[in-house]
Design a protein around this ligand. Structure first.
Ligand code: ADP
Ligand code: MG
Length: 698
C-alpha cells in the first residue's frame, strides 16, 4: 500500500466526498445542510441516501449494517442485521430502506436506564446521527446513532452531547452578534482527546485473573525500578510497540480517525495516541472507535491494550486529556486570543464565561470524570487533584489582573492599555506548561486533564458545552440591549465583576502540593475525593436548573445518570473485591502455605542435624504472620462485600458508600499483606507474573 496517507485515508468512510459523488445534487445539498447546520433531513430523501450508502457499503465488503450507539454501560453497542431480503424464488437481493437507516429498535431492556425505562416496556430506539459519518468495518456498515427511550429520554451519551452542542451554538452566536459578527451561523465545540494506554504481553495478561476480570492489577509489589528514571517518556519505540502503532495508525486512518501523534508516556509500558481535533461529536465517536481498534489490534500483536485508569499501583495511571475549544463556521477559534483589538475583547468575553462557568459548576466537571477507576488517579500524586481549578499562564493572568485593576498591561517593555482600542497581541506560545492543573489554558484551547483513559468523552464535553452555554446566555441577556455607545464600558464592567467574583478558581501554582489543597479549602473550592462524594451533587438544584434550562437533561434524566454512575461504581468494586478473594484463596494463600511448609521442612531437617536454621525460621515466621494477616483480611473482605451487596437496592448511594468506605479499606488491607508476601517469596514460587515481568517485558 502507498504510504501517502491521503491515498487511503477514510477509504472505509461514507464521507462528504463520497456523498458528493454518489448522491443526487439536491439530496447531497440537503445532507450538507443537515450536517453543518442541523437542519433535519427531508424524510423522502432518506430512501435515496440509504440506497446509496448500501451500494457503497457492499462495494466495501459489507453484508450487514448496524446502528452503533453509546449506551451508559461505558462502551459502544451494536446489533448487526444483514442487507439480504428473500426474493421468493429461493434467492436474495440486498435491500436497505430509509426507514432502516433512520431508525432501529434494539432490545433495550438490558441497557442501564437508571429507572427511566421500566423493563416491562423495554422499548428503546436508535436513531441515525447524520452529523457523524457512517463507515464500514469488519463486514458491517456502522451507522452512528443516538439511543433514546420510547418516551424520548436519552439512554446514551451521544444524545446529551448533541443537545449541548446545539445549546452552546445558540448562545455563542448571540455573543458574536453583539460584536457585530453577521456571518457566522453556527458555533461548534471542538475537542482533541489525547488517549493514554498500556500495552502488555498477552502471555502475562492471561496469567492474571485480576487483569482479565477488572482491567487492573489488584495485587502486585513495586518492582525495584519504576518510572523514577523518567527514561520512558518520549523514549524510542521498541520494535513490537512500533509495529503495533504503525498498524494502529493505518487502521484508524482507514476509518477516518485523524490519528496523528504517538509516543511513549511517563510510565513503563505506557503510550499515547492523539488525533487532530474535530467537533466534539465526531471526536467522541472517533475516540470510542479508536479505543476499540486499539484493543483488537493489540491482540493481533500478542499484546493486550489496557485502557483502565490505573492498571498498576505505584506506576502512573492513564488519562485522556480533553483539549476543548469553540469555533465558528466562518473559521474563528473563539478561544484564540488573536491579535486585533475587537477580537480580543470578544476573546476575553468567552474567556470570562469559561472562568465563571468552571467556578460555578466545578462539581459537574468533577462528576464528568468520576469512576471507580479514575478515583485511583484524581487526588493521588500523578494526575490533577480532585479540586477543579484553572491554569491561566503568566501572560493571560497579567491581562486579567490589569483588566480587573483597570490598569495598563505591560508585556516585554511594551505597555498596553486594557480596552477595546489597544489590547495586547498575545504571543501564541506564551502559555507556559503547567502539568499539574486539571483545567489549563494552552494557547488557544483549554485542556481538561481529569478525564479517565477509559471514559467516553461525551459526558465531559456535554457538560463543558452546557456550562459555557449557560454563562454566555447570561452575558448576552445582560448585554444585548445595551446601547452601542455604552457597550464597551458596560462590557468591561461586567467582565471585571466576573473576574473579581470568580478568580478564586484560577490557580497557576503547583496543583500537586499539599499547600494547594489547604489554599483551595480556604477559597471554598470543592474537593470531592471520590466518585461517591461528587456524584450525589449531579442533581443539586443549580445543576438541574442549568441542565434543564438548555434541554441537555431533564430532571429525570439527571437522576437516572446519578443512579447509573453509583450503580456501576458499586458493581465495579464488588467485582474487584470478589476477584481479590478468589485470587487470594486459590493462588496466594496456597502458594504461601507451601512455601512456609518448605521452610518448616528445612528447619526440621536442619535442627535434627544441629545446623543453624535461623534464616528459615525468620522467613517462616514472617511468611506465617503475613499469611495469617492475609487470611484474616479475606474473611473481613467477604463480610464487608456481603454486607455492601445486601444493602437496599433502592438506595444506590448507601450501597456505593458501603463499597467505598467499608469494602475498599479491607481490599487495601488484603493487598498490603499479599504484596508484602510477594516481596519475601522466591519468584519461582509466586503464582502470578510480577509487576517487573509485566511492565518491562514487551
Ligand atoms: P500536548 O502537547 O498537550 O501533549 P498533543 O499534540 O498531544 O499536545 O495534543 C493536543 C491536542 O489538542 C490534539 O489532539 C490537537 O488536535 C488538539 N487541539 C488543538 N487545537 C484545538 C482546538 N482548537 N480545539 C480542540 N482541540 C484542539
Ligand atoms: Mg500529548
Amino acid at each position: 500500500m502507498s504510504k501517502n496517507v491521503a491515498d487511503f485515508f477514510a477509504c472505509d468512510v461514507f464521507n462528504d466526498e463520497v456523498m458528493r459523488a454518489r448522491l443526487p445534487k439536491p439530496v447531497y445539498k440537503a445532507m450538507v445542510q443537515t450536517r453543518k447546520k442541523g437542519i433535519p433531513l427531508d424524510p423522502t430523501y432518506a430512501d435515496v441516501v440509504a440506497n446509496a450508502i448500501k451500494d457503497w457499503a457492499i462495494e466495501h465488503g459489507a453484508t450487514h449494517y448496524t446502528h452503533w450507539f453509546q449506551p451508559m454501560t461505558g462502551s459502544t453497542a451494536e446489533k448487526h442485521d444483514s442487507f439480504i431480503s428473500p426474493t421468493g424464488n429461493g434467492m436474495v437481493i440486498m435491500n436497505f430502506s430509509g426507514n432502516e437507516l433512520v431508525k432501529g429498535e434494539p432490545d433495550a431492556s438490558s441497557f442501564p436506564s437508571g429507572g427511566l425505562r421500566q423493563t416491562c416496556s423495554a422499548r428503546g430506539y436508535t436513531a441515525w446521527d447524520p452529523t457523524s459519518y457512517c463507515f464500514v468495518k469488519e463486514g458491517s456498515l456502522y451507522i452512528p446513532a443516538v439511543f433514546v427511550s420510547y418516551t424520548g429520554e436519552a439512554l446514551d451519551k451521544k444524545t446529551p452531547l448533541l443537545r449541548s452542542m446545539d445549546a452552546l451554538s445558540r448562545q455563542a452566536i448571540r455573543i458574536l452578534r453583539m460584536f457585530g459578527n453577521t456571518t457566522a451561523t453556527k458555533v461548534t465545540s471542538t475537542v482533541g482527546p489525547e488517549q493514554e494506554y498500556f500495552l502488555i504481553d498477552k502471555k502475562m495478561y492471561d496469567q492474571r485473573e485480576d487483569l482479565i476480570m477488572t482491567g487492573r492489577t489488584l495485587f502486585g509489589a513495586m518492582p525495584p525500578k519504576g518510572q523514577e528514571l523518567e527514561d520512558q517518556y518520549f523514549a524510542n519505540l521498541k520494535p513490537r510497540i512500533a509495529a503495533f502503532m504503525a498498524d494502529l495508525d493505518e487502521a484508524l486512518w482507514k476509518v477516518g480517525v485523524f490519528a496523528t501523534t504517538k509516543h511513549n508516556e511517563v510510565a513503563p509500558a505506557q503510550h499515547e495516541m492523539a488525533p487532530v481535533f474535530s467537533t466534539t461529536n465526531i471526536s467522541t465517536d472517533q475516540n470510542e472507535l479508536a479505543m476499540e481498534v486499539m484493543e483488537k489490534l493489540a491482540l493481533k500483536h500478542d499484546l493486550v491494550c489496557l485502557l483502565h485508569e490505573k492498571p498498576f499501583a505505584g506506576v502512573n495511571g492513564s488519562g485522556k486529556h480533553n483539549n476543548w475549544s469553540m469555533s465558528t463556521d466562518d473559521g474563528q477559534n473563539l478561544l484564540d486570543p488573536g491579535s486585533t483589538p475587537m477580537e480580543n475583547m470578544q476573546f476575553l468575553t468567552f474567556l470570562c464565561a469559561v472562568i465563571k462557568g468552571i467556578d460555578e459548576y466545578a462539581d459537574l466537571l468533577r462528576i464528568s470524570a468520576a469512576s471507580a477507576g479514575n478515583d485511583h488517579r484524581l487526588g493521588a500524586n500523578e494526575a490533577p487533584p480532585a479540586i477543579i481549578s484553572i491554569f491561566m499562564g503568566e501572560e493571560l493572568q497579567g491581562v486579567l489582573d490589569a483588566l480587573e485593576a483597570g490598569a495598563s498591561y505591560k508585556s516585554e517593555s511594551k505597555v498596553f492599555e486594557i480596552g477595546v482600542d489597544a489590547l495586547p497581541s498575545f504571543p501564541k506560545d506564551s502559555t507556559d506548561r503547567n502539568r499539574t492543573s486539571p483545567f489549563a489554558f494552552t494557547g488557544n484551547r483549554f485542556e481538561f486533564r481529569m478525564v479517565g483513559s477509559s471514559d467516553n468523552i461525551g459526558c465531559p464535553n456535554s457538560l463543558l458545552n452546557v456550562i459555557v452555554a449557560g454563562e454566555l446566555c447570561e452575558i448576552a441577556d445582560k448585554m444585548e440591549n445595551v446601547p452601542a455607545e455604552k457597550f464597551d464600558e458596560e462590557l468591561k464592567k461586567l467582565l471585571v465583576s466576573i473576574i473579581k467574583e470568580h478568580k478564586r478558581v484560577i490557580f497557576n501554582g503547583n496543583g500537586y502540593s499539599q499547600e494547594w489543597v489547604e489554599e483551595a479549602e480556604r477559597r471554598g473550592l470543592p474537593n470531592y475525593r471520590s466518585t461517591v462524594d461528587c456524584v450525589p451533587h449531579y442533581s443539586d438544584p443549580k445543576n438541574i436548573a442549568l441542565l434543564s434550562k438548555f434541554g441537555v437533561f431533564t430532571e429525570a434524566e439527571v437522576k437516572a445518570r446519578e443512579e447509573i454512575l453509583l450503580d456501576i461504581y458499586s458493581k465495579t468494586i464488588n467485582i474487584e473485591a470478589l476477584t481479590m478473594i478468589d485470587m487470594a484463596k486459590k493462588k496466594y494463600i496456597p502458594a504461601c502455605l507451601s512455601y512456609s511448609k518448605e521452610l518448616c521442612d528445612a528447619i526440621a531437617v536442619k535442627t535434627q542435624l544441629e545446623i543453624c536454621a535461623c534464616v528459615e525460621k525468620e522467613l517462616a515466621n514472617q511468611v506465617s504472620n503475613l499469611t495469617k494477616k492475609a487470611y484474616d483480611a479475606i474473611s473481613k473482605l467477604e463480610e464487608a462485600t456481603a454486607a455492601a451487596a445486601s444493602k437496599d437496592e433502592g438506595n444506590v448511594l448507601a450501597m456505593a458508600q458501603a463499597y467505598r468506605f467499608e469494602v475498599i479499606p479491607v481490599m487495601d488491607e488484603l493487598r498490603a499483606a499479599v504484596d508484602a508476601l510477594e516481596v519475601i517469596t522466591p519468584s519461582a514460587k509466586w503464582p502470578v507474573p510480577a509487576y517487573s515481568d509485566i511492565i518491562f517485558n514487551v
